[in-house]
Design a protein around this ligand. Structure first.
Ligand code: SAM
Length: 384
Protein backbone atom coordinates (compact mmCIF):
# COMPACT_ATOMS: atom_id res chain seq x y z
CA UNK A 1 0.00 0.00 0.00
CA UNK A 2 1.49 3.39 -0.93
CA UNK A 3 1.87 6.10 1.72
CA UNK A 4 -0.89 8.21 0.20
CA UNK A 5 -3.36 5.26 0.12
CA UNK A 6 -2.49 4.49 3.72
CA UNK A 7 -3.07 8.13 4.76
CA UNK A 8 -6.39 8.27 2.88
CA UNK A 9 -7.66 5.04 4.41
CA UNK A 10 -6.60 6.04 7.92
CA UNK A 11 -8.11 9.53 7.43
CA UNK A 12 -11.46 7.99 6.46
CA UNK A 13 -11.47 6.18 9.79
CA UNK A 14 -10.34 9.18 11.84
CA UNK A 15 -13.06 11.35 10.35
CA UNK A 16 -15.69 8.93 11.70
CA UNK A 17 -14.27 8.81 15.23
CA UNK A 18 -16.11 10.67 18.01
CA UNK A 19 -16.79 10.37 21.74
CA UNK A 20 -19.70 8.05 20.91
CA UNK A 21 -17.73 6.09 18.28
CA UNK A 22 -14.25 5.47 19.75
CA UNK A 23 -11.29 4.83 17.46
CA UNK A 24 -10.94 1.14 18.35
CA UNK A 25 -14.66 0.58 17.64
CA UNK A 26 -14.51 2.29 14.22
CA UNK A 27 -11.29 0.43 13.39
CA UNK A 28 -12.85 -2.94 14.24
CA UNK A 29 -15.84 -2.21 12.03
CA UNK A 30 -13.92 -0.81 9.07
CA UNK A 31 -11.05 -3.29 9.05
CA UNK A 32 -13.33 -6.25 9.76
CA UNK A 33 -15.36 -5.36 6.66
CA UNK A 34 -12.27 -4.78 4.45
CA UNK A 35 -11.78 -8.39 3.36
CA UNK A 36 -9.51 -7.38 0.46
CA UNK A 37 -6.81 -5.90 2.72
CA UNK A 38 -3.82 -7.95 3.87
CA UNK A 39 -3.29 -8.38 7.63
CA UNK A 40 -0.12 -6.27 7.35
CA UNK A 41 -2.07 -3.46 5.64
CA UNK A 42 -4.72 -3.52 8.36
CA UNK A 43 -1.97 -3.36 10.96
CA UNK A 44 -0.42 -0.32 9.26
CA UNK A 45 -3.78 1.49 9.15
CA UNK A 46 -4.43 0.75 12.85
CA UNK A 47 -0.90 1.92 13.68
CA UNK A 48 -1.53 5.23 11.85
CA UNK A 49 -4.90 5.81 13.57
CA UNK A 50 -3.40 5.15 17.01
CA UNK A 51 -0.35 7.33 16.27
CA UNK A 52 -2.71 10.17 15.28
CA UNK A 53 -4.46 10.13 18.66
CA UNK A 54 -1.21 9.53 20.56
CA UNK A 55 0.35 12.67 19.05
CA UNK A 56 -2.90 14.64 18.78
CA UNK A 57 -1.67 17.34 21.19
CA UNK A 58 1.18 18.21 18.79
CA UNK A 59 -0.89 18.46 15.59
CA UNK A 60 -1.94 21.62 13.75
CA UNK A 61 -5.72 21.38 14.01
CA UNK A 62 -6.22 23.68 10.99
CA UNK A 63 -4.45 21.23 8.62
CA UNK A 64 -6.21 18.43 6.73
CA UNK A 65 -6.59 15.03 8.40
CA UNK A 66 -4.02 13.56 5.97
CA UNK A 67 -1.43 16.22 6.83
CA UNK A 68 -2.03 15.76 10.56
CA UNK A 69 -1.71 11.99 10.15
CA UNK A 70 1.59 12.35 8.29
CA UNK A 71 2.90 14.60 11.10
CA UNK A 72 1.78 12.11 13.74
CA UNK A 73 3.53 9.22 11.96
CA UNK A 74 6.65 11.33 11.63
CA UNK A 75 6.61 12.16 15.35
CA UNK A 76 6.09 8.48 16.19
CA UNK A 77 9.05 7.42 14.01
CA UNK A 78 11.30 10.05 15.59
CA UNK A 79 10.19 9.14 19.09
CA UNK A 80 10.62 5.37 18.54
CA UNK A 81 14.16 5.99 17.24
CA UNK A 82 15.05 8.42 20.05
CA UNK A 83 12.62 9.10 22.92
CA UNK A 84 14.81 12.08 23.96
CA UNK A 85 13.74 13.81 20.71
CA UNK A 86 10.59 14.92 22.57
CA UNK A 87 11.28 17.12 25.61
CA UNK A 88 9.70 16.07 28.94
CA UNK A 89 7.95 19.48 29.23
CA UNK A 90 6.37 18.92 25.85
CA UNK A 91 5.12 15.48 26.94
CA UNK A 92 3.66 16.91 30.15
CA UNK A 93 1.84 19.67 28.26
CA UNK A 94 0.61 17.70 25.25
CA UNK A 95 0.40 13.93 25.82
CA UNK A 96 -2.48 13.95 28.30
CA UNK A 97 -5.32 16.35 29.12
CA UNK A 98 -4.67 18.97 31.78
CA UNK A 99 -7.29 17.67 34.25
CA UNK A 100 -5.35 14.43 34.77
CA UNK A 101 -2.89 16.10 37.13
CA UNK A 102 -5.66 16.66 39.68
CA UNK A 103 -6.22 12.88 39.73
CA UNK A 104 -2.74 11.32 39.62
CA UNK A 105 0.95 12.00 39.84
CA UNK A 106 2.15 12.25 36.24
CA UNK A 107 5.78 11.17 36.05
CA UNK A 108 8.14 11.52 33.05
CA UNK A 109 8.51 7.71 32.94
CA UNK A 110 4.74 7.27 32.70
CA UNK A 111 4.48 9.81 29.88
CA UNK A 112 7.38 8.26 27.98
CA UNK A 113 5.62 4.88 28.12
CA UNK A 114 2.32 6.40 26.95
CA UNK A 115 3.89 7.55 23.66
CA UNK A 116 5.12 4.08 22.65
CA UNK A 117 2.97 1.65 20.68
CA UNK A 118 1.66 -0.90 23.19
CA UNK A 119 2.74 -4.53 23.47
CA UNK A 120 0.48 -7.45 22.69
CA UNK A 121 -0.03 -9.91 25.55
CA UNK A 122 -1.58 -13.33 25.46
CA UNK A 123 -2.64 -15.67 28.23
CA UNK A 124 -2.12 -19.34 27.52
CA UNK A 125 -3.99 -22.11 29.34
CA UNK A 126 -1.71 -23.70 31.90
CA UNK A 127 -1.56 -27.14 30.28
CA UNK A 128 -0.24 -25.60 27.03
CA UNK A 129 2.12 -23.04 28.60
CA UNK A 130 5.29 -24.98 27.76
CA UNK A 131 4.29 -25.94 24.21
CA UNK A 132 2.68 -22.75 22.87
CA UNK A 133 5.76 -20.49 22.73
CA UNK A 134 7.46 -23.19 20.61
CA UNK A 135 4.61 -23.52 18.13
CA UNK A 136 3.77 -19.79 17.92
CA UNK A 137 7.28 -18.33 18.17
CA UNK A 138 8.06 -14.66 19.00
CA UNK A 139 6.88 -15.10 22.61
CA UNK A 140 8.67 -13.77 25.69
CA UNK A 141 7.68 -14.17 29.32
CA UNK A 142 7.46 -11.09 31.56
CA UNK A 143 9.76 -10.57 34.51
CA UNK A 144 7.40 -10.73 37.47
CA UNK A 145 10.11 -11.10 40.11
CA UNK A 146 8.99 -7.77 41.60
CA UNK A 147 5.84 -9.59 42.76
CA UNK A 148 7.31 -12.04 45.27
CA UNK A 149 3.89 -13.24 46.44
CA UNK A 150 2.94 -14.45 42.97
CA UNK A 151 2.87 -18.23 43.16
CA UNK A 152 3.90 -19.00 39.58
CA UNK A 153 7.60 -19.60 40.03
CA UNK A 154 9.01 -22.82 38.66
CA UNK A 155 6.16 -23.16 36.15
CA UNK A 156 6.22 -21.96 32.54
CA UNK A 157 4.73 -18.48 32.28
CA UNK A 158 1.10 -18.35 31.16
CA UNK A 159 1.57 -14.65 30.29
CA UNK A 160 3.49 -14.09 27.06
CA UNK A 161 4.37 -10.97 25.11
CA UNK A 162 3.86 -11.69 21.40
CA UNK A 163 6.01 -9.73 18.95
CA UNK A 164 5.39 -11.69 15.73
CA UNK A 165 3.30 -10.57 12.77
CA UNK A 166 0.86 -13.48 12.44
CA UNK A 167 -2.83 -12.63 12.80
CA UNK A 168 -3.31 -14.48 16.08
CA UNK A 169 -7.08 -14.77 15.69
CA UNK A 170 -6.52 -16.96 12.63
CA UNK A 171 -4.19 -19.45 14.34
CA UNK A 172 -5.52 -22.93 15.10
CA UNK A 173 -4.33 -22.54 18.70
CA UNK A 174 -6.54 -19.47 19.19
CA UNK A 175 -9.50 -21.13 17.53
CA UNK A 176 -9.09 -24.15 19.84
CA UNK A 177 -9.03 -21.89 22.90
CA UNK A 178 -5.41 -22.64 23.79
CA UNK A 179 -4.77 -18.94 24.40
CA UNK A 180 -6.61 -15.63 24.71
CA UNK A 181 -5.49 -12.09 23.93
CA UNK A 182 -5.33 -10.56 27.40
CA UNK A 183 -3.22 -7.71 28.67
CA UNK A 184 -0.67 -8.56 31.36
CA UNK A 185 -2.33 -6.16 33.83
CA UNK A 186 -5.63 -8.05 33.48
CA UNK A 187 -3.80 -11.31 34.03
CA UNK A 188 -2.36 -9.94 37.26
CA UNK A 189 -5.94 -9.44 38.49
CA UNK A 190 -6.55 -13.19 38.08
CA UNK A 191 -3.37 -13.92 40.03
CA UNK A 192 -4.48 -11.50 42.76
CA UNK A 193 -7.73 -13.49 43.08
CA UNK A 194 -5.68 -16.72 43.27
CA UNK A 195 -8.79 -18.93 43.39
CA UNK A 196 -8.31 -22.55 44.46
CA UNK A 197 -9.76 -25.62 42.69
CA UNK A 198 -13.18 -26.47 44.13
CA UNK A 199 -13.96 -22.95 45.38
CA UNK A 200 -16.99 -20.86 44.46
CA UNK A 201 -16.24 -17.39 43.00
CA UNK A 202 -18.33 -14.51 41.71
CA UNK A 203 -16.94 -12.45 38.84
CA UNK A 204 -19.44 -9.62 39.27
CA UNK A 205 -18.58 -7.49 36.20
CA UNK A 206 -17.58 -10.36 33.96
CA UNK A 207 -18.11 -8.61 30.61
CA UNK A 208 -16.89 -10.90 27.83
CA UNK A 209 -15.27 -13.16 30.38
CA UNK A 210 -11.56 -12.40 30.10
CA UNK A 211 -11.08 -12.85 33.83
CA UNK A 212 -13.73 -15.56 34.26
CA UNK A 213 -11.73 -17.78 31.90
CA UNK A 214 -8.51 -17.04 33.75
CA UNK A 215 -10.13 -17.87 37.11
CA UNK A 216 -11.42 -21.15 35.63
CA UNK A 217 -7.92 -22.09 34.45
CA UNK A 218 -6.40 -21.24 37.85
CA UNK A 219 -9.10 -23.45 39.43
CA UNK A 220 -8.23 -26.29 37.02
CA UNK A 221 -11.89 -26.03 35.94
CA UNK A 222 -12.97 -27.41 39.35
CA UNK A 223 -15.49 -25.50 41.45
CA UNK A 224 -17.94 -22.89 40.22
CA UNK A 225 -17.76 -19.32 38.94
CA UNK A 226 -20.80 -17.10 38.79
CA UNK A 227 -20.21 -14.61 35.96
CA UNK A 228 -22.55 -11.62 35.92
CA UNK A 229 -22.82 -8.43 33.93
CA UNK A 230 -25.55 -5.96 33.12
CA UNK A 231 -24.79 -6.25 29.40
CA UNK A 232 -26.36 -9.39 27.93
CA UNK A 233 -24.42 -8.99 24.66
CA UNK A 234 -21.17 -9.25 26.57
CA UNK A 235 -22.40 -12.33 28.41
CA UNK A 236 -23.24 -13.93 25.04
CA UNK A 237 -19.63 -13.31 23.96
CA UNK A 238 -18.46 -14.82 27.26
CA UNK A 239 -20.41 -18.02 26.55
CA UNK A 240 -18.76 -18.32 23.11
CA UNK A 241 -15.27 -17.78 24.51
CA UNK A 242 -15.91 -20.26 27.33
CA UNK A 243 -17.02 -22.91 24.82
CA UNK A 244 -13.87 -22.32 22.77
CA UNK A 245 -11.71 -22.67 25.88
CA UNK A 246 -13.65 -25.78 27.01
CA UNK A 247 -14.65 -24.03 30.24
CA UNK A 248 -17.94 -25.29 31.62
CA UNK A 249 -17.81 -24.65 35.40
CA UNK A 250 -19.49 -21.24 35.24
CA UNK A 251 -22.98 -19.79 35.40
CA UNK A 252 -23.59 -16.60 33.39
CA UNK A 253 -26.35 -14.36 34.75
CA UNK A 254 -27.54 -10.82 34.15
CA UNK A 255 -27.09 -8.44 37.09
CA UNK A 256 -27.49 -4.68 36.90
CA UNK A 257 -25.18 -3.95 39.82
CA UNK A 258 -28.06 -3.03 42.13
CA UNK A 259 -29.03 -4.33 45.57
CA UNK A 260 -31.10 -7.23 44.14
CA UNK A 261 -28.45 -9.90 43.74
CA UNK A 262 -28.62 -12.76 41.24
CA UNK A 263 -28.05 -15.42 43.95
CA UNK A 264 -28.06 -16.00 47.71
CA UNK A 265 -24.84 -18.04 47.42
CA UNK A 266 -22.02 -17.15 49.81
CA UNK A 267 -18.72 -17.08 47.96
CA UNK A 268 -15.13 -17.98 48.74
CA UNK A 269 -14.10 -15.06 46.62
CA UNK A 270 -15.63 -12.11 44.78
CA UNK A 271 -14.01 -10.10 42.01
CA UNK A 272 -15.34 -6.60 41.25
CA UNK A 273 -13.62 -5.72 37.97
CA UNK A 274 -15.55 -2.48 37.91
CA UNK A 275 -16.47 -0.16 35.04
CA UNK A 276 -13.99 2.73 35.16
CA UNK A 277 -12.62 5.70 33.24
CA UNK A 278 -9.98 3.48 31.60
CA UNK A 279 -7.06 5.89 32.09
CA UNK A 280 -4.83 2.81 32.39
CA UNK A 281 -5.60 1.93 28.76
CA UNK A 282 -4.48 5.27 27.31
CA UNK A 283 -1.32 3.82 25.76
CA UNK A 284 -3.24 1.12 23.90
CA UNK A 285 -6.26 3.31 23.28
CA UNK A 286 -4.96 6.90 22.93
CA UNK A 287 -8.21 8.32 21.54
CA UNK A 288 -9.75 7.96 25.02
CA UNK A 289 -7.31 10.60 26.36
CA UNK A 290 -9.35 13.21 24.51
CA UNK A 291 -12.88 11.98 25.29
CA UNK A 292 -12.69 10.96 28.96
CA UNK A 293 -13.77 13.73 31.37
CA UNK A 294 -13.54 14.46 35.10
CA UNK A 295 -17.32 14.03 35.21
CA UNK A 296 -16.90 10.44 33.97
CA UNK A 297 -14.43 9.82 36.78
CA UNK A 298 -16.82 11.22 39.39
CA UNK A 299 -19.84 9.26 38.13
CA UNK A 300 -17.91 6.01 37.80
CA UNK A 301 -16.51 6.35 41.33
CA UNK A 302 -20.09 6.39 42.62
CA UNK A 303 -20.91 3.19 40.72
CA UNK A 304 -17.71 1.50 41.92
CA UNK A 305 -18.42 2.00 45.63
CA UNK A 306 -22.04 0.93 45.14
CA UNK A 307 -20.93 -2.29 43.45
CA UNK A 308 -18.59 -3.08 46.35
CA UNK A 309 -21.28 -2.25 48.93
CA UNK A 310 -23.85 -4.40 47.17
CA UNK A 311 -21.73 -7.55 46.89
CA UNK A 312 -19.85 -7.40 50.21
CA UNK A 313 -22.41 -9.42 52.14
CA UNK A 314 -22.18 -12.31 49.67
CA UNK A 315 -18.69 -13.20 50.83
CA UNK A 316 -18.17 -16.07 53.29
CA UNK A 317 -16.27 -15.26 56.48
CA UNK A 318 -12.60 -15.64 55.57
CA UNK A 319 -13.44 -15.03 51.89
CA UNK A 320 -11.45 -12.80 49.58
CA UNK A 321 -12.76 -9.62 47.93
CA UNK A 322 -10.77 -8.21 45.00
CA UNK A 323 -11.44 -4.77 43.52
CA UNK A 324 -9.81 -4.01 40.16
CA UNK A 325 -10.02 -1.04 37.78
CA UNK A 326 -7.96 -0.36 34.65
CA UNK A 327 -7.55 3.23 35.67
CA UNK A 328 -5.10 5.27 37.75
CA UNK A 329 -7.21 8.18 39.03
CA UNK A 330 -7.20 8.74 42.80
CA UNK A 331 -11.01 8.99 42.89
CA UNK A 332 -11.45 5.49 41.45
CA UNK A 333 -8.52 3.75 43.18
CA UNK A 334 -7.20 4.67 46.62
CA UNK A 335 -10.25 6.82 47.46
CA UNK A 336 -12.58 3.86 46.78
CA UNK A 337 -10.38 1.49 48.78
CA UNK A 338 -10.27 3.98 51.69
CA UNK A 339 -14.03 4.43 51.61
CA UNK A 340 -14.74 0.69 51.54
CA UNK A 341 -12.36 -0.02 54.43
CA UNK A 342 -13.81 2.84 56.49
CA UNK A 343 -17.42 1.75 55.98
CA UNK A 344 -16.98 -2.04 56.30
CA UNK A 345 -15.47 -2.90 59.67
CA UNK A 346 -16.16 -6.58 58.98
CA UNK A 347 -13.45 -6.53 56.29
CA UNK A 348 -9.71 -6.22 56.68
CA UNK A 349 -7.22 -5.28 53.96
CA UNK A 350 -5.42 -8.41 52.74
CA UNK A 351 -2.28 -8.98 50.62
CA UNK A 352 -2.97 -8.50 46.91
CA UNK A 353 -0.37 -11.12 45.99
CA UNK A 354 0.53 -14.06 48.21
CA UNK A 355 -0.19 -14.40 51.90
CA UNK A 356 2.61 -12.51 53.67
CA UNK A 357 0.86 -10.30 56.22
CA UNK A 358 3.31 -7.50 55.43
CA UNK A 359 2.47 -7.52 51.70
CA UNK A 360 0.57 -4.60 50.19
CA UNK A 361 -3.23 -4.68 50.19
CA UNK A 362 -3.26 -2.28 47.23
CA UNK A 363 -1.22 -2.48 44.08
CA UNK A 364 -0.81 -0.17 41.11
CA UNK A 365 0.30 -1.80 37.87
CA UNK A 366 2.16 1.13 36.27
CA UNK A 367 2.41 0.85 32.47
CA UNK A 368 6.09 1.80 32.54
CA UNK A 369 6.93 -0.99 35.01
CA UNK A 370 5.15 -3.82 33.21
CA UNK A 371 4.88 -2.62 29.59
CA UNK A 372 1.16 -3.18 30.01
CA UNK A 373 -2.08 -1.37 30.80
CA UNK A 374 -2.29 0.58 34.04
CA UNK A 375 -4.39 -1.15 36.70
CA UNK A 376 -5.25 -0.78 40.38
CA UNK A 377 -5.96 -3.82 42.53
CA UNK A 378 -7.10 -3.85 46.17
CA UNK A 379 -7.83 -6.89 48.34
CA UNK A 380 -9.78 -7.52 51.55
CA UNK A 381 -10.58 -10.55 53.65
CA UNK A 382 -13.94 -10.88 55.40
CA UNK A 383 -13.26 -11.31 59.09
CA UNK A 384 -14.27 -14.66 60.54
C1 SAM B 1 -13.92 -3.57 33.14
S1 SAM B 1 -15.26 -4.21 32.32
C2 SAM B 1 -15.17 -5.92 32.70
C3 SAM B 1 -14.14 -6.68 31.92
C4 SAM B 1 -14.18 -8.16 32.17
N1 SAM B 1 -14.14 -8.48 33.58
C5 SAM B 1 -13.06 -8.88 31.46
O1 SAM B 1 -12.07 -9.25 32.10
O2 SAM B 1 -13.18 -9.11 30.25
C6 SAM B 1 -16.60 -3.72 33.34
C7 SAM B 1 -17.91 -4.40 33.05
O3 SAM B 1 -18.85 -3.88 33.98
C8 SAM B 1 -20.11 -3.89 33.36
N2 SAM B 1 -20.93 -2.91 34.10
C9 SAM B 1 -20.99 -1.60 33.94
N3 SAM B 1 -21.81 -1.06 34.85
C10 SAM B 1 -22.27 -2.07 35.57
C11 SAM B 1 -23.18 -2.15 36.64
N4 SAM B 1 -23.73 -1.06 37.16
N5 SAM B 1 -23.44 -3.37 37.13
C12 SAM B 1 -22.87 -4.50 36.61
N6 SAM B 1 -21.99 -4.48 35.59
C13 SAM B 1 -21.71 -3.27 35.09
C14 SAM B 1 -19.85 -3.51 31.94
O4 SAM B 1 -20.88 -4.01 31.11
C15 SAM B 1 -18.49 -4.16 31.69
O5 SAM B 1 -18.67 -5.40 31.05
Amino acid sequence: MSDSVLLNRAALIIDQVSAEKPADYVLRGELGAAKHLLSSEKRDIAHAVFAYHRWFGWLDQSASTQIRLASALDLQRKYDADPASIKPESLTARAVPDWLKTEMEITPAYLRQLQRPSSLWIRVQREFAAALPRSLGHCTAPDLSVLPGLSTSGQPSTALRYSGSTDLFKTSEFQKGVFEIQDLASQLVGHACAPQPGETWWDTCAGEGGKTLHLADLMANKGLIWASDRNTGRLAALRKRAARAQVFNYRAVTWNGGPFLPTKTKFDGILVDAPCSGVGTWQRNPHARWTTTPTDVKELAEIQIQLLDNVANSLKPGGRLIYAVCTLTKSETTAIADKFTATHPGFEPAPVFGSLATADSRFFVWPQDFDANGMFIAAWKRKA
